[in-house]
Design a protein around this ligand. Structure first.
Ligand code: 13P
Ligand code: SF4
Length: 350
């Protein structure tokens, strides 16, 4: 677009008005301000899955988030509702760390080792095919805001869990529920093998060797620096951070949890936040009465989330009006049928 920001914003506003209820724009907390200002609903992964499932009016859902979120929205909405991702390059490096060929191989080997004692769980930050693998094997999806509840339930079903694809959320959650670190193994999908030093029969949690490339940038060194330079600052991080970082922080939780904690904090309180840059900047802007910094001074953007910007949003909306809709996210029926089982289980538990 050669248009100015103001012209693009005016066009988006006008299209939103013309399309009315036919259009719904969910926006994840990590989206840029230029996009979030137009979202009809902002939220964390769980909230966005729920609003998508509840919205029966909108024909077009223009999803401002990343690919796996748009897939989830497509799975949970009705057949005639169309989900659009404004930029197809908006993926998630963590979701890309597990593909269904790898899980098929892993499952075969793990079943040979442990028999029918494992329940698979997957973070919603995963492809629809991985959710389908989990659904086919009676497991559930989880998000960072309900992981404890779902993992607790999983242990009422089976002796062990396989947690995909984020080893950190899996480890942090299981640890909080009392599973010792020495009962957690790592599944390496590149070598198709278990990384574990003890007797394999003691394993309770098998963590897929995946991680978030944004949250790995928060380190214990960052925490030490904050503790040294700001003695009365509280440190809150997302559970996609490593175990060491979560353990050294004061608190951890989903994007919604972080927002709620800071909202409830008294004026004058001081916070260092370990999560994606756009959200940290928004929290800083919304709380001028508090002293808030990013835990990592270089800030940490999610580059793929940032690919959704004002020009891509406008382009998607103009295409809807022209009838030349592009970037439709449509999950194959055979995959959606199993993926929905895993999502429904989570929505019921949550
Ligand atoms: P939540 O919104 O569930 O906290 O997840 C953060 C995230 O990384 C989404 O990609
Ligand atoms: Fe994926 Fe991490 Fe970006 Fe979330 S922040 S979308 S987990 S890469």
């Amino acid at each position: 677009y050669t248009l100015s920001t103001e012209e693009m914003e005016n066009r988006v506003r006008a299209i939103k008005e013309r399309l009315g209820d036919q259009l719904f724009i969910p926006g994840h907390h990590y989206q840029k301000e230029e996009v979030v200002q137009f979202s009809d609903s902002t939220g964390d992964s769980l909230q966005l899955a729920q609003v998508a499932a509840q919205n029966k009016k909108a024909k077009y859902i223009v999803f401002c988030g990343v690919h796996f979120m748009a897939e989830t929205a497509d799975i949970l909405t009705d057949e005639e509702q169309i989900v659009i991702l404004p930029d197809m390059r908006a993926g998630c490096s963590m979701a890309d760390m597990a593909d269904h060929h790898q899980t098929d191989r892993a499952w075969k080997i793990l079943q040979e080792k442990f028999g029918d004692t494992i329940l698979p769980l997957t973070y919603v930050n995963s492809t629809a095919a991985i959710k389908a693998f989990v659904g086919r094997n009676n497991g559930s999806t989880v998000t960072s805001s309900n992981a404890k509840k779902v993992v607790e339930w999983a242990f009422t079903q089976k002796e062990r869990i396989l947690f995909l694809p984020d080893q950190h959320l899996g480890r942090n959650t299981a640890f909080d529920l009392g599973v010792p670190l020495d009962q957690m193994a790592i599944w390496n999908p590149i070598t198709d093998s278990l990384e574990y030093e003890g007797d394999e029969k003691d394993i309770k949690v098998i963590l897929w060797k995946g991680h978030c490339s944004v949250h790995e940038n928060f380190t214990v060194k960052n925490i030490e620096n904050v503790r040294k330079n700001h003695t009365d600052m509280q440190i809150i991080v997302h559970p996609e951070c490593s175990r060491e970082v979560v353990a050294a922080s004061d608190d951890n939780g989903s994007t919604k949890y972080i927002i709620d904690q800071i909202e409830a904090a008294p004026p004058g309180s001081k916070w260092a936040i370990g999560t994606e840059m756009n959200l940290v900047q928004r929290i800083i802007k919304n709380h001028p009465d508090k002293e808030i910094i990013s835990l990592n001074p270089y800030m940490c953007p999610c580059l793929t989330m940032n690919r959704i910007d004002l020009p891509h949003l406008l382009w998607s909306l103009e295409n809807i009006e022209k009838g030349t809709i592009d970037n439709i996210i449509k999950v194959e029926k055979s995959i959606a049928i199993d993926a929905i089982k895993a999502l429904d289980k989570m929505l019921l538990l949550a």
